[in-house]
Design a protein around this ligand. Structure first.
Ligand code: CAA
Length: 387
């Protein structure tokens, strides 16, 4: 039976900074950010959005009534959780009007959480072919003002529906997984900004990619030449390029050109939005699907990496209807019409925080473009609204 990604939707707030502005303000050559890091713009997430409201906005953009009736489970990947006890997924059950007998679970392993969701969902649907699973990757990437990681921030959410006979991507059975307890990037409880050993993290990422890919090849007898596109977790888009370059010498020049063209397609959106942590690989997949002319039957590789660290390489086959649910023109229009913030406006938003004692607080929802917003805190409870 074929199981995989049937729908994919995205949401990010419409405020951003231009990284040339940031480079000038920080006294850095803009080409370091544009070429060296591979990022052009970065989403700025206002207090009126959090991982729950962003996920609800992403999910609502792809939902149909029949999905509402057949979704059995919400698997919510995030490393920006809003509660130490209650899962972010259970808020979605209510916001999206899902049935009460839906399982709702939050999954955490840095940027790997949504991939755990996709693969667990695949296994569930394989056993229950008439049911569907909603998988979320929603995060806010924060390193701190004037840090080396500042240029690799961002935020947003990707929502996917996993089903039998999917319209977009049938997932192949074999995956190759690797995990090791290391400290390359982490965020202790009560810290809003990540701690990171930046250079080490990029080395572990590459090491995990090569190990996972080689092991996948052994398991499957497939070679890089069997792939039509390779997608990567993109904390910043140069990272995926570095990964791809480690294996490109395994194929001839024509294949190299094809894989490079498709890699460029897969990073168009990420360059404009920044790091989504759990959602980054899937935003890259969405970018590829929207920009490419690949035919149905093409094989796509997906490399997921979550610091701490966990990596997985898996693959899928493009389906005939994969373009049907996408709207690249609308996405391009949205990307071109967002609100550009000055660096000073961004710094002000970055420094805003909720009351440390969880006292009553209202966010400014008037300027927010989301259908769902985080309206604030009342009686120590988070309040979400549909506008
Ligand atoms: N023109 C063109 N390129 C330039 C340039 C210029 N004027 N100046 C510098 N560069 C290039 C450098 O040569 C370098 O290229 P290579 O990496 O190909 O060698 C690149 O720009 C970056 O320069 P630096 O290495 O000097 O950058 P940095 O020390 O300021 O830090 C970073 C870069 C380590 C990625 C930092 O941004 C960081 O710590 N980011 C957060 C951590 C991260 O994203 N890690 C990724 C793996 S972990 C993960 O994937 C999980 C996750 O989501 C966090």
């Amino acid at each position: 039976m074929k199981v995989g990604i049937d729908k994919i939707g995205f949401y990010a707030p419409n405020t951003y900074i231009d990284l040339i502005d940031l480079a000038k303000e920080r006294g850095v050559d803009p080409n370091k950010f544009l070429i060296g890091i591979g990022q052009e713009r970065q989403t700025v997430v206002p207090l009126s959005q959090d991982v729950v409201s962003m996920a609800a906005n992403a999910a609502t953009s792809i939902f149909s009534e029949s999905d509402r009736d057949t979704i059995d489970m919400i698997l919510f990947g995030t490393e920006t959780g809003v509660d130490n006890s209650k899962s972010a997924a259970i808020y979605l059950q209510q916001l999206l009007g899902l049935r009460k007998n839906v399982r709702t679970v939050e999954l955490k392993q840095a940027c790997y959480g949504a991939t755990a969701g996709v693969l667990l969902a695949r296994d569930y649907v394989t056993v229950h072919p008439d049911r569907k699973v909603l998988v979320i990757g929603s995060d806010i990437a924060r390193y701190g003002l004037k840090t080396a990681g500042e240029v690799t921030q961002g935020g947003g959410a990707v929502a996917m529906i996993i089903s039998a006979e999917p319209s977009i991507l049938v997932l192949e059975a074999e995956t190759s997984h690797i995990s090791e307890d290391i400290m390359d990037f982490w965020r202790p409880i009560n810290r809003r900004e990540a701690l990171v050993d930046g250079k080490y993290s990029t080395n572990v990422y590459l090491d995990f990619f090569q190990t996972a890919f080689e092991s996948y090849k052994k398991q499957t007898d497939r070679e890089l030449s069997d792939f039509d596109a390779m997608t990567f977790h993109l904390p910043f888009t140069k990272m995926g390029l570095k990964g791809l370059r480690t294996v490109l010498n395994q194929v001839d020049e024509n294949k190299q050109k094809q894989l490079m063209t498709e890699f460029e397609n897969s990073r168009v959106y990420n360059k404009q939005i920044g790091n989504l942590y759990t959602g980054s690989l899937y935003l890259s997949l969405l970018s590829l699907l929207s920009e490419t002319k690949l035919d149905a039957g093409s094989r796509i590789g997906l490399f997921s990496y979550g610091s701490g660290a966990e990596g997985e390489f898996y693959s899928g086959i493009l389906q005939e209807a994969y373009k049907r649910q996408l709207n690249p023109e609308q996405m391009a229009h949205w990307l071109d019409n967002r609100t550009r913030l000055t660096i000073s406006e961004y710094e002000t938003i970055f420094n805003q925080s909720l009351p440390a004692d969880n006292g009553d607080f209202e966010t400014d929802i008037n300027k927010d473009d989301g259908v769902f917003v985080f309206a604030g805190i009342k009686d120590k409870k988070r309040i979400y609204r549909k506008k």
